[in-house]
Design a protein around this ligand. Structure first.
Ligand code: NAP
Length: 282
């Protein structure tokens, strides 16, 4: 039996175990997916232990994504993003990968959104970095807007062809954009303060926060919100009302898991089964 898992702190409400185990069940893979919660300064020992015990692969989440980079051999994309969310222990040395970038691009292509033209990425934290590199590598022109403008500019200097802007410029940037991705935590419910997963969603979103003014949104836009608690954020509700294509953060979460599954097993992931398991818990 192969063992996979998730390392984070906390990981109590993770949606990854049911999502990955649905894939094992569907394809008859003899494997289990478990969660581990090492102390914040104990990731090196956790990786050594996992390697020694024959764990085949680990996902990595908050607060370990950046420090994991120092403990594995990162691939080019993970090194550029500066964070690892997927570790493969099956080679001579553990290798590190970042599937958040492909999580976003496959969430878009699943909804028939071409990865061309102008993209606005709001946020320059871990998700923003991954999505900005993912969209630029796919061939899009990327504008990054962030509350702390220096982070947007620093990231833009690293991402091919990208530009960095203050958050206040986002309405102007969105006017001509084809794709908008929210990579801030704005709109995330405080009560859903966990690594993954949520429950209820308010029908009345008028009091919820959004990183982009509603009147900037338009029907030629595809809007992906990395936030998935709630599934329909105020941003997505505003985008839906503006006639935009809306894609919730569950799709990004799904496809980062799909990419990890495919890397680890070499099999084509049963996407529908994984999505069904995820949606049952979102
Ligand atoms: P992070 O590294 O802590 O970055 C947070 C980002 O949000 C920064 O750009 C920060 O701006 C911005 N921000 C926070 N509060 C803000 C506010 N009040 N107004 C404006 N901007 C604000 O977090 P992360 O890991 O990138 O995660 C961001 C979100 O993406 C979270 O909701 C997370 O759950 C979600 N996420 C989803 C997936 C998925 O698979 N769906 C994957 C990864 C992350 P400053 O730089 O100015 O602080």
């Amino acid at each position: 039996m192969d063992v996979y898992g998730l390392v984070g702190n906390p990981v109590g409400h993770s949606l990854s175990p049911p999502m990955h185990e649905a894939a094992y069940d569907r394809l008859g893979v003899d494997a289990r997916y478990v969660t581990f919660e090492p102390a914040e300064d104990d990731l090196a020992r956790a990786f050594e232990g996992a390697d020694a015990l024959g764990v085949a692969g680990l996902n990595v989440t908050i607060p370990f994504k950046q420090c994991a980079l120092e403990l594995v051999e990162p691939d080019d994309l993970a090194a550029r993003i500066g964070a690892v969310n997927t570790v493969d222990f099956t080679g001579a040395a553990p290798t590190g990968h970042n599937t958040d970038a492909v999580g976003a691009t496959r969430a878009l292509t699943h909804h028939d959104i071409p990865l061309e033209g102008q993209a606005v990425v709001v946020g320059a934290g871990g998700a923003g970095r991954a999505v900005a590199f993912g969209l630029a590598d796919a061939g899009m022109d990327v504008a990054i807007a962030n509350r702390t403008v220096s982070r947007a500019r620093e990231l833009a200097a690293e991402v091919p062809g990208a530009t960095g802007h203050p958050l206040g410029a986002v309405a102007n940037l969105v006017t001509d954009a084809d794709v908008l991705v929210n990579c801030t935590s704005v709109g995330m419910h405080e009560e859903d303060d966990r690594t993954e997963g949520t429950g209820a969603h308010d029908e009345d979103d008028a009091d919820e926060e959004t990183p982009v003014p509603a009147d900037a949104l338009h029907a030629d836009l595809a809007v992906l919100d990395a936030v998935y608690t709630p599934l329909e954020t105020r941003l997505l509700a505003d985008a839906r009302r503006a006639g935009a294509t809306t894609i919730d953060g569950g799709w990004m979460l799904l496809y980062q898991g799909v990419a990890a599954f495919e890397r680890w097993t070499g099999l084509e992931a049963p996407v529908a089964a994984m999505n069904e398991a995820l949606r049952a818990r979102l």
